[in-house]
Design a protein around this ligand. Sequence first.
Ligand SMILES: *Cc1c(COP(=O)(O)O)cnc(C)c1O
Length: 432
Amino acid sequence: MHSFRYLEGRLHVENVDLESLAEKYGTPLYVYSQGTIEDHFKRLDAGVAKLDHLICYAVKANSNLAVLQTIARMGGGFDIVSGGELFRVLKAGGRAANCTFAGVGKTRDEIEFALKEGIYCFNAESEAELRYINQVAGELGRKAPVALRVNPNVDAKTHAKITTGKSENKFGIDFDRVLEAYAAVANECPNLEIRGIQMHIGSQLTSVDPFVEAVKKVIPLVEQIKERHGIKFFSVGGGIGIVYKHMLDSGDATWWSQESAEKHPLTIQAYTDAIVPLLEPLRLRILMEPGRFMVGNAGTLLTRVLYEKKGNAKTFKIVDAGMNDLIRPTLYEGWHQIVPAQAPADNSTELADVVGPICETGDFLAQNRDLPPVKAGDLLAVMSAGAYGFTMASNYNTRPLPAEVMVHGSDAYLVRERQTLDDVVKGERLLP
Ligand SMILES: *Cc1c(COP(=O)(O)O)cnc(C)c1O
């Protein structure tokens, strides 16, 4: 679900008018719906209720402290990929004991930090990393809980840049080497405690089939490892895809409500219906690591049209948000619905590119898009920007990072101030 709709011709999130937020906090502006995040968490939690489970939200999708606080309050755990993300989780009121630590390149500082805080598990991605964690743990006089990430070599059928479960990807340990790697840990790494097994095959999966294929392929291995090493958990990773193309209810039928909504076979119900029966007989704690599913449709990026330029080949709507604010369109060919904050008077559309102010040809939010006739000064909402939006933003072109607002019912909270230019150059030094 998402909580964006038109009320009396103006786009709202929950009960808050987006134009009023743009006026108060400026643009570009990220706005999130807390109700949507809570709804997504509850629905997944209910879908796997039969399993002993822990939902470990993948922090990298959206790491704003208020988002993490929302998840922590609902009893969620976290999947982190850096010491920095652990720092955020702790600041937001989350517990290290509910965190798993993924990623192929953990450093000594990060391993020490996570060990001292008492992390639930290191999900290791190579034998070399396991040996290093063993060494660091030994030096600290501790035992490190570990799981191995298995690369099941299945095709997630998603964009190449967000596929992680094929042998040619850098992630995980090859399926046919995993047993050997567990044996090596058991025999040669006295400072490691084998606690689980993990996989994550990719992101934005739009069919349940690759999940089922991967789970079915890995289950016999999980059973063997449970028998030999007494593991406690199996993490099935994240990757649940979301709908990027919606029908927005506009009250008085305007143009975009006629646009057909994206056909999407992967509902949370389909996902849990398919995998829960496979996982139940394992009698293990099941971890899930959803990122995008939890926050993607909870967020929008508000941007104002600065100029319009009609060229020989194309019409460009130049807006005040760029690829530094939202990189998905240019990085992964991510498609975001773009709608005006003010419902247009009729159904007419115009073919245009929506581009930012950055000096890069790849700086666009949409290309060859049918938009209502928007003009300079109009406010646009770039939809489904809650995941991999702000977290991938940068200061490129010395543009301050945008502000972030969390909406709850009729209330709106500033959860991150807009950076100032002094913030941007903070830490830089002139030469003597
Ligand atoms: C990124 C990531 C996730 C989350 O993926 P989504 O597609 O956002 O659900 C989960 N687990 C690991 C190990 C990841 O790297």
